[in-house]
Structures are given as structure tokens and as C-alpha cells.
Design a protein around this ligand. Structure first.
Ligand SMILES: N[C@@H](CCC(=O)N[C@@H](CS)C(=O)NCC(=O)O)C(=O)O
Length: 209
């Protein structure tokens, strides 16, 4: 059994989508980051970086923070969504790391400036808008003629999709990125993606793309 400590954010949803895709039993523990619950001593004992999500594997007692590490841990434990062939695996890792170091942080910063603090730092807003547009172009080019980011559906897709679901927050029009839009809508059809999106609670309709 896996314990998932999470909230209704893109990083949290990466892991609830993965757990739903694995079809395993897991227990959800909401950590309301708007109320500062990520700063309690109880949470810090498993997530010392003050950020959700974190998992605890009851089978081993191991706690894991950082979504890239969590996705790899679960993929390896259950033998799914991360190929073992070195070349195919390198490709999934490449796009997972691209999400962890690029798409996630840049979109997160874009939300902070463009959506939550508009007009306070125009130069930063311009920089983030341009960088997010560049990253979407990279993803759009990658998805040309592909169903998924890599050969098969993988943890790279699960890492990117919840961030793209916030396209309105980072002021991206998916019509400008037709391959990303088609991929986004394709994954949106998956029951596990829909269920995982609504963990730890239903926040209403999922953006349709
Ligand atoms: N690199 C981390 C980022 C996690 C992260 O930024 N979590 C956000 C929610 S999406 C959070 O917990 N924020 C609370 C805070 O910053 O106080 C990961 O991939 O797990």
C-alpha cells in the first residue's frame, strides 16, 4: 500500500494519475498547502522540502519526495510506464528531466507572476511568457506524428500532462500548439487521468483544451 500526501496541483496530480494508471490501492492524505500544512513537523518528517507530493511505501517504510523520483520509484516497483531497454529508457528519462527542469518550474513561475502578481514585474513576465512559449514549441515539435511523448505511454506523459492542464494559468492558447492539444485531449480521455486529476478532491471540470 502506498500513502500519498498531496494537494490539487500539477505536481500532486502527476502521482495520483500514476497511481490510478497502476490500478493499485493507495491512501490519500490531503496536505492543504494554502493553509501551510506542508510546514508541520509531521509533514517535514517525510517531506523535508516543504512541498507536496510525497509518498510513503508501507511495504518498505520508505518515504520519497520529488515527483521525478516518485514516478521512477513507482515505475520500477511495479514494472510499468518506464521501459527497461536502455535506449527507450533514456528517452523517457530525457523527457521526464525536461519536464522537471523546464516545463514545471517555468510554468510554476509563470503562474506566480502572470496570474498571481500581474503588472509587478513586466520584464519577468515577458521572459516567462517567452520561455513557456518556447517550451510548448519544443513539446509540439516532439509530438508531431506521435501519440505519446516517447514510444509508449510513460511517466514522461504523466509528468507533463498536469502542467499542460494549467495552460490558461500560464496564458497559452493550445490552438497555437496543435500537436500538444491533440495529445492533451487524447490523454484526457483516459479514466485514470480523469480520476487522478480529482485527487485529493474534485475541483470541477477539467480544462478541455
Ligand atoms: N520539484 C518538486 C516541486 C514540488 C512543488 O513545487 N510542490 C508545490 C505544489 S505544485 C508545493 O508543495 N508548494 C508549497 C510551497 O511551496 O509552500 C517536485 O517535483 O516534487
Amino acid at each position: 500500500m502506498i500513502d500519498l500526501y498531496t494537494w490539487t496541483t500539477p505536481n500532486g496530480r502527476k502521482i495520483s494519475i500514476m497511481l490510478e494508471e497502476l490500478g493499485i490501492d493507495y491512501a490519500v492524505h490531503p496536505v492543504n498547502i494554502q493553509e501551510g500544512e506542508q510546514n508541520t513537523p509531521e509533514f517535514l518528517s517525510i517531506g523535508p522540502n516543504n512541498k507536496i507530493p510525497v509518498i510513503v511505501d508501507q511495504d518498505t517504510g520508505l518515504s520519497v519526495m520529488e515527483t521525478g523520483a516518485i514516478l521512477i520509484y513507482l515505475a520500477e516497483k511495479y514494472g510499468k510506464f518506464l521501459p527497461t531497454d536502455p535506449m527507450a529508457r533514456a528517452e523517457v528519462m530525457e523527457w521526464l528531466m525536461w519536464q522537471m527542469s523546464g516545463l514545471g518550474p517555468m510554468c510554476g513561475q509563470a503562474h506566480y507572476y502572470l496570474r498571481n502578481n500581474p503588472g509587478k514585474a513586466p520584464h519577468t513576465e515577458d521572459r516567462l511568457r517567452a520561455e513557456v512559449a518556447r517550451l510548448y514549441k519544443v513539446l509540439d515539435t516532439r509530438l508531431e506524428g506521435r501519440e505519446f511523448i516517447c514510444a509508449d505511454y510513460s511517466i514522461a506523459d504523466m509528468a507533463c500532462w498536469p502542467w499542460v492542464s494549467r495552460y490558461e494559468w500560464h496564458q497559452v492558447n493550445l490552438a497555437d500548439h496543435p500537436n500538444v492539444r491533440a495529445w492533451y485531449q487524447r490523454l484526457l480521455q483516459r479514466k485514470a487521468v480523469q480520476k487522478g486529476y480529482h485527487v485529493p478532491k474534485n475541483v470541477g471540470e477539467i480544462p478541455s483544451g
